[in-house]
Design a protein around this ligand. Structure first.
Ligand code: NAG
Ligand code: NAG
Length: 592
């Protein structure tokens, strides 16, 4: 952990790094839509329809065929340690509380679903204030496909049937946008079809997953078989030569493996497993060659298959699910592919040393946050940006799950501290909702430290920058900063799932009862501040209750409300010993 004197420098370095990144990505981001690492951008949709109804991705010629396909690992799945806590029977009072909370969550979901059906049926998103619709994920009814398994899990079987019938009519030969985000298409659509299939065994869903899988394989049709992450799919349809990008976000390259593997498992066709195996093997081979050994930088060169060129390392935005998928792949494959355990352990050892930090809080809370480690040039120099992100809240669940799967109690405890960090942040904020990005003053080490108001105010002034004319007291008042927060860098809450995701996983793993209360407090706070007359809308500012916006991402129904619902379900509903969730909260059956 670094001393306070270097913080400003680190901040400047990060700004420089981010500016570079934004420069690199500017073109793609402005053409693209509101992808996972949100920039608040909206695109109109020009309709580019399929070139005739007969077009089938499967019939298109492959330019760079694979010489020999990597098969799925064979043999008896390993007997992995039990993940879930053995819950004792609940008493009548606990049960009625739980069920009333569960009903409230289901009501919230039903209301949004009805509005989607009425106002935005077959569109990617409902606009929850105006009642309009939005196509930002290819125009293939993202909310519909993303919600299928939630409908099933919430026992809305009539709605599920109608939704499946509609979903199988989606036309993947054309799109509302010229450029496809392969990662988002994989996690939301392919993940959505596969988990709805795993739960219902409705063969129509599997056929649809295969049809989509046939399309997505063409994003890998490059000389080195690395995927194109922002994909001009109309060019692919015309058979133009394609190359992977020299600057790709690492999460977009490195978290396609669960969906592709599951598709191969259920079809017994290895083409998809093969495609992502090659990618993950490259991560495996280069893990110790990066500037921060064990981790991979936010930006990688997929065109030249070089994952070592850049110098920002984080578990957060733009990297997140690369790490999340390591223990999850181990679970999905029944432990039969050893590289995932090795990659997980080495990556987490580095993250524990270089990314995790303890904020200084008035109540001396025993919590951790995860920031960005920086190595601007050459070797790793150990710079850490003391940032917190809502998105990185997934890491609590990842450590806890990894801790169980690999029998490491230290990881479970780190998962606990990271999850409690998110719970603490929710509670500290005026509306009980965590912002997208914030900064806090750090403890000198990750051990207990005393609260010191002077240090807090100094940090506020540092964050405010040299041109700032306001006093720390004025900033605290005007920016509504709770004690400990030096800056709320991005004030939005976009109906994200990561905090409740980790609360849910930690609860299933440890059985800690107070997590039920934490979850309920989060749910009521979110409902209170984001509810519109139709559904729920993202908040522009988590310190202002009148800042609801006209946006409802499909992950609100696919992830956030599903995790809240499962939190208040019996623990054997989607047991973590039987299922593993993709990064869009779609449960896949584990190989056991
Ligand atoms: C990757 O790029 C770095 C920096 O340009 C270079 O030093 C290294 O040799 C390259 N590695 C491979 C495997 O090409
Ligand atoms: C708080 O921090 C300031 C600045 O580092 C220091 O001068 C002061 O002694 C600290 N106060 C306490 C009570 O430790």
């Amino acid at each position: 952990m670094l001393l306070a004197t270097t913080r400003k420098m680190r901040y400047l370095l990060l700004t420089a790094a981010l500016l570079t990144l934004l420069y690199v990505y500017h073109d793609r981001i402005v053409q693209g839509a509101a992808y996972r690492w949100k920039l608040p951008i909206n695109t109109g949709s020009t309709s580019i329809t399929g070139e005739g109804e007969d077009f089938k991705w499967r019939d298109l010629a492959v330019k760079y065929p694979v010489e020999s396909l990597q098969p799925l690992p064979t043999g008896e799945p390993k007997k992995l340690p039990k993940v879930q806590f053995t819950f004792p029977p609940e008493n009548a009072n606990e049960k009625s509380n739980r069920l009333s909370h569960q009903t409230a969550v289901k009501d919230a979901f039903s209301r949004c679903w009805s509005s989607y059906m009425r106002h935005a049926w077959m569109a990617d998103e409902l606009a929850p204030l105006s009642g309009g619709m939005l196509n930002v994920f290819g125009g293939w009814a993202a909310t519909l496909v993303d919600s299928l398994d939630t409908l099933w899990i919430m026992d809305m079987k009539t709605e599920f049937e109608d939704a499946v019938t509609a979903a199988v009519s989606i036309d993947f030969s054309g799109s509302s946008s010229d450029e496809i985000n392969v990662f988002e298409t994989t996690i939301r659509y392919l993940g959505g079809f596969l988990s709805a299939y795993d739960l219902s065994r409705d063969g129509r869903l599997l056929s649809k997953a295969v049809e989509l899988g046939d399309m997505l394989l063409f994003a890998f049709d490059t000389p080195n078989r690395m995927p194109i992450t922002r994909w001009k799919f109309n060019e692919a349809k015309k058979g133009y030569p394609q190359f992977a990008h020299s600057s790709s976000l690492v999460a977009e390259v490195g978290s396609l493996a669960m969906e592709f593997t599951r598709l191969s498992q259920v079809t017994e066709d290895p083409r998809w497993y093969d495609a992502t195996y090659r990618v993950m093997k490259a991560f495996d081979e280069q893990q110790e060659l990066t500037r921060l050994k064990g981790m991979w930088p936010v930006v990688v060169n997929a065109r030249d298959l070089n994952f070592t060129e850049h110098g920002t390392f984080t578990l957060g935005a733009m990297s997140d699910s690369l790490y999340e998928y390591l223990p999850k792949m181990h679970a999905l494959l029944g432990g039969l592919e050893p590289m995932y355990e090795k990659m997980y352990k080495n990556a987490m050892a580095a993250a524990m040393k270089y990314n995790l930090w303890r904020p200084m809080t008035p109540d001396k809370a025993d919590i951790l946050l995860s920031g960005n480690a920086l190595a601007p040039e050459g070797k790793f120099e150990g710079g850490l940006e003391l940032q917190g992100q809502h998105l990185v809240c997934f890491a609590g669940g990842m450590f806890a799950l990894g801790g169980r799967l690999f029998d490491d109690l230290q990881h479970v405890e780190i998962g606990r501290k990271l999850t409690d960090g998110c719970i603490w942040t929710y509670q500290a904020m005026p509306l009980g909702i965590m912002p997208e990005v914030f900064h806090m003053a750090a403890c000198p080490t990750n051990a207990l430290c005393e609260w010191n108001e002077t240090i807090w105010k100094e940090d506020i002034m540092r964050r405010a920058g040299p041109k700032n004319m306001r006093s720390a007291e004025t900033i605290i008042e005007e920016d509504r900063l709770p004690p400990g927060f030096s800056r709320i860098t991005d004030t939005r809450y976009i109906l994200r799932p990561e905090a409740i995701e980790s609360v849910f996983i930690l609860y299933r793993i440890t059985g800690r009862k107070s997590l039920l209360d934490s979850a309920w407090a989060m749910f009521t706070a979110i409902q209170e501040s984001t509810k519109t007359h139709l559904a729920n809308g993202a908040l522009a500012d988590v310190t202002d209750k009148d800042s609801v916006t006209d946006s409802m991402e499909s992950f609100w129904l696919a992830e956030t409300l599903k995790y809240f619902y499962l939190m208040f379900s019996e623990p054997d509903v989607i047991s973590l010993d039987r299922y593993v969730f993709n990064t869009e909260a779609h449960p896949f059956e584990r190989l056991v």
